[in-house]
Design a protein around this ligand. Structure first.
Ligand code: BG6
Length: 465
């Protein structure tokens, strides 16, 4: 990939330092970004060097000589307010000067790595100042704009942002992204289902009892209080990452395993989701985090029961759980199959089979079956057939943001969320938020509030651990 300007709005922020710059360095190291410049801006009074120093600790193994070259291609302009036309003009001028210096100019990847509160205004200013142009105005090149999730704060604001974008840019230039779609095992769900004939015939309400999606995080909101307090777990995690995981599990077989067909099926599945029950929590000490309102009622934990009213899934509950400051970091999906009618003389009922798809921190999947206990004719023991993706491909697996940036550079839309998916997901979140569920406190390092037990009992959920 040659000759690209990577323009990062929000370059001094957490996302840029933790994810984007390390991913760009990885691509640079693999020679996938041989001729490029990175030009960042934000209001923050800092320097390119300081940003790089902080980002370096998230890179992993660094080749110092290569890092030096990489650093020389990274520029930063402080004091840029995303909603001030004069600032965007100054920044555009700065970008043009750097592009001229490096002999670049007709390919721009513009990354909006900040809260969606400013998406509309910045889009308007990028369009007006020509920092980003409509496809037909960029001969022999391209301008692509990446919008981080969450796309809006609710259905109404998401629609408003989409209107602003559509006024200036073509759909093929727009990348509304969700990095969970680039995680190896999330990407594997469709392949696992549709390329193995043992799964798809069983993938419905005749054989599946329930689906559990757990996205636990051990870390707190550390350093992101200002952003997080305005969003909370429902908008930060459920509206996007978890809804996309549900869509991948629930979608009908696409006519082809290709981006457009998969996106259509994801969107189609999401329209059937509706809320059944839920409980929210906030970890103790959250209100003392920098940037958080001392009286905040923002949820940092949520557990939901949702259902999909369609012929395939009617009667199968989908249980969802996500939270910050949990015991451990774990993203996992359990497909719990129905129990068989037990024909044994004793030892009934036998455990249900289940398929566990591990997404993070280690990736892989395991199918749990029953087998005869050695030495006994009737006793059953559960056995596991395991595929450990992380063990086999640890070195060869790129990080989610590497895949994401590569896809955008290539111009493919696999990891991009279509606006109809976003609309369906917001409809559900708006419905849940309108219920004003109480927010219970929970201790850091626990599994959530104590009221969670009642919720689980009410639904008879045997959470898989
Ligand atoms: C982000 C959320 O989208 O995903 C964060 O804004 C969350 O709050 C993060 O911590 C989790 O991503 P990952 O890849 O670490 O599971």
């Amino acid at each position: 990939m040659v000759g690209v300007s990577l323009i990062i709005f929000g370059a001094a922020g957490d996302l840029a330092k933790r994810k984007l710059i390390p991913a760009l360095y990885a691509l640079f190291k693999q020679k996938k970004l041989s001729s490029c410049v990175m030009v960042g801006c934000a209001i923050t009074n800092t320097t390119a060097q300081e940003i790089l120093n902080e980002a370096k600790s998230f890179v992993g193994e660094v080749d110092d000589a290569l890092w030096h070259v990489f650093s020389s291609l990274f520029y930063y302009q402080a004091g840029i307010h995303f909603t001030r036309e004069a600032d965007i003009e100054i920044f555009h001028q700065y970008v043009c000067e750097i592009e001229q210096l490096h002999g670049l100019g007709n390919k721009r990847l513009i990354y909006c790595a900040f809260s969606s509160d400013y998406f509309c205004e910045l889009t308007h200013l990028m369009g007006k100042t020509k920092l980003a142009q409509r496809s037909c105005e960029v001969p022999l090149g391209w301008h692509r704009i990446v919008y981080e999730k969450p796309f809006g704060k609710d259905l109404a604001s998401a629609r408003e942002i989409n209107r602003c974008i559509a006024y200036y840019f073509d759909e093929e230039q727009i990348y509304r992204i969700d990095h969970y779609l680039t995680k190896e095992l999330a990407g594997n769900i469709a392949l696992l289902r549709f390329t193995n004939c043992i799964f798809e015939p069983l993938w419905d309400n005749r054989y599946i009892d329930n689906v559990q999606i757990i996205v636990d995080e051990s870390y707190t909101v550390s350093g992101r209080g200002l952003y997080y307090d305005k969003y909370g777990a429902l908008r930060d995690m459920v509206q996007n990452h978890i809804m996309e995981l549900i869509a991948l599990i629930a979608m009908e077989p696409p006519t082809k395993l290709e981006a457009e067909q998969i996106r259509s099926e994801r969107a189609y599945a999401l329209q059937f989701i509706h809320y059944v029950d839920g409980i929210l929590g906030q970890y103790q000490g959250y209100r003392d985090e920098p940037g958080v309102d001392p009286d905040s009622t923002t949820e940092t934990w949520a557990s939901l029961a949702v259902a999909l009213e369609n012929p395939r899934w009617s009667g199968v509950p989908f249980y969802v759980r996500t939270g910050k400051a949990m015991q451990k970091k774990e993203t996992v999906i359990h497909i719990v199959f129905k129990s068989v009618e037990c024909l044994l003389v004793h030892g009934c009922p036998v455990p249900a089979n289940y398929l566990t798809i591990r997404i993070d921190p280690d990736a892989g999947f395991t199918l749990y079956l029953n087998a005869k206990k050695p030495g006994s004719m009737q006793d059953i023991i559960p056995v596991a057939m395991d595929f450990c993706h992380s063990c086999l491909y640890a070195q060869a697996t790129p990080r989610p943001y590497e895949i994401l940036l590569e896809e955008v550079l290539r111009g493919t839309q696999t990891v991009v969320v279509r606006f109809d998916e976003i609309e369906h997901a917001w409809r559900i979140i708006d419905e849940i938020r309108a219920k004003n569920l109480p927010v219970y406190q929970y201790a850091q390092g626990s599994c959530g509030p104590k009221e969670f037990q009642e919720f689980s009992q009410r639904h008879g959920i045997g959470w898989r651990s």
